[in-house]
Write a protein that binds this ligand. Structure first.
Ligand code: FAD
Length: 467
């Protein structure tokens, strides 16, 4: 689903929503830990999560892989950042084709910074000069498939900012006008650069509206986690730091806990003010850390650690091509990776055991269900069609089936119990008579030869335990 659709839905219901940004970690362990962290954070139901594109395309493969896993295994609506730096158009298309085939519908289209060691952005041969070109390309080549987000700069892009004087009015206006061109070219959402002066952000939103930018503008909130990191980031982005923030940080700058607590307090206050101005989507730059982002949302009353809920035992798929999935074998509920990788091609087999009735070719075998032998239907009718008046009647029906007194059942094509289950039919009778209903029951089998007439052909793998 496109993020813009989620934002519109929430706006209709006057609901506040939020999202989390992550970046590709440097090590494999870091990647594993990030996914564990995402699992915990996504349990709080963000509207989407996004993953950055490493400067100069340095993390291209990893960003693609993480996007796929976010969308299909973590099951959070995913937005992938994509920049033009070092990216000829065939590489851009490879990235877009890849996420499209993985059911991802959201891209944050960026120019990107100059590659490491260079001052100025240089258009690579066969590539794009700016985000506007990229937006145009995505719309021209992929039509409406992608929701496109672009970056907005409340204090103007750093290239426009000179010295301590900030940006000239002319530079600011030209940056805004350029932003409008990106939106007019087909972007449907703006996420802003980080800022610490909320008034600057609110003025920016007003200025955008004045020149006719109507799409949602989502504030990018970066909680202060660490003093040095904060100075580095704000220096790089040429972000204005209000005097009261400087004054609050100065005495605590060597105390990490105190800095973090202040960061949570500041982030909460900034978000409160933004929400009070009617902006209902918050974007949190997590820097791959979970505590501060969650603490801010908790302070705002947007999440509650004690009420993490899921509507299904597994997280609903976000993949554009399987988002309506509503049935999944329960024992795979907590193994999404193997479940999704095993079933990814099942769309090709719509008549199979888990065939998907939404597949256009489902039922092509002139209605498989109705090709059952008529005699079988008659037998089911006789054996199961009588009225069940009490729970004891149900148990009796199950017991009779286990003992072979009736041989059909409505949910299986097979004629009576299979030989391996006959080995435990007395136990099943006992279990069913004690108030449990048994299905799919098989005996523990260990070391039987594969030519065993009762368990061989069916038990090529070890199955253990009564169910
Ligand atoms: P553009 O929109 O192309 O604009 C860059 C500047 O050039 C602006 O000042 C604009 O006004 C000016 N400009 C460009 N073309 C024109 C024109 N034709 N006419 C007039 N002015 C023009 N970087 C990464 O490497 N990876 C990421 O994942 C990443 N994620 C980001 C996410 C967000 C929300 C933000 C705000 C930034 C992100 N960045 C990322 C940083 C971004 O790549 C840099 O800020 C980069 O320098 C500019 O990218 P852009 O898409 O804003 O560029």
């Amino acid at each position: 689903m496109k993020v813009i659709e989620k934002i519109r839905e929430a706006a209709k219901e006057d609901r506040v929503i939020f999202s989390f940004e992550y970046f590709p970690p440097k090590t494999e362990d870091g990647v594993d830990n990030l996914f564990e962290r995402m699992e915990r954070m996504v349990a709080h139901n963000p509207a989407f999560g996004d993953i950055t594109w490493g400067a100069g395309g340095s993390t291209a493969d990893l960003t693609l892989d993480i996007s796929n896993r976010m969308q299909n295994m973590i099951c959070v609506e995913t937005m992938m950042h994509l920049t033009c730096t070092n990216m000829p158009v065939d590489k851009i298309d490879h990235a877009l084709d890849t996420i499209k085939s993985n059911g991802i519908q959201n891209v944050l289209a960026l120019r990107g910074d100059p590659p490491h060691g260079q001052d100025k952005f240089v258009q690579v041969e066969g590539g794009f000069a700016c985000a506007l070109d990229l937006v145009r390309h995505i719309r021209a080549k992929y039509g409406d498939y992608f929701g496109i987000t672009v970056a907005g700069y409340p204090e103007a892009h750093p290239d426009m900012i000179t010295g301590d004087g900030g940006v000239s009015e002319e530079g600011y206006q030209s940056d805004l006008a350029y932003l409008k061109r990106k939106v007019d070219a087909g972007s449907d959402l703006i996420i802003t650069q980080l800022f610490y002066d909320t008034d600057i952000f609110l003025k920016f939103v007003n200025d955008c509206r004045e020149i006719g930018i109507t799409c949602p503008i989502v504030p990018g909130i970066m909680p202060i986690n660490n003093y040095k990191g904060f100075l580095r980031m704000t220096g790089f982005c040429k972000t204005k730091i209000p005097d009261e923030i400087k004054a609050a940080l100065e005495p605590i700058k060597d105390n990490e806990e105190a800095v973090r607590a202040y960061g949570v307090h500041l982030g909460t206050e900034m978000c409160r003010k933004i929400l009070a101005h009617g902006i209902k989507t918050l974007h949190l730059y997590t820097l791959n850390m979970e505590k501060s982002a969650l603490a801010i949302l908790m302070n705002l009353g947007l999440i509650d650690e004690t009420k993490v809920q899921r509507s299904l035992p597994w997280r609903r798929p976000t993949n554009a091509f399987r988002s309506k999935e509503s049935v999944r074998p329960i024992f795979w509920a907590n193994r999404p990776k193997s479940y999704i990788s095993r079933t990814v091609g099942w769309d090709q087999y719509p008549q199979g055991r888990w065939g998907d009735s939404r597949n256009p070719s489902y039922g092509a075998l002139s209605d498989y269900q109705f090709m059952r032998r008529r005699s079988r239907n008659k037998k089911i009718q006789e054996e199961w069609g009588g009225p069940l008046k009490s729970i004891e009647d149900v148990h009796e029906r199950f017991i009779n089936f286990c003992l072979g007194k009736i041989r059909s059942n409505p949910w299986s094509e097979l004629d009576g119990l299979q030989p391996e289950t006959m080995m435990i039919n007395k136990e099943l009778e006992s279990v069913n008579s004690k108030g449990f209903l048994t299905i799919n029951s098989q005996p523990p089998v260990n070391g039987e030869k594969s030519d065993s007439p009762s368990v061989g052909p069916l038990h090529r793998i070890l199955i253990s335990g009564l169910t």
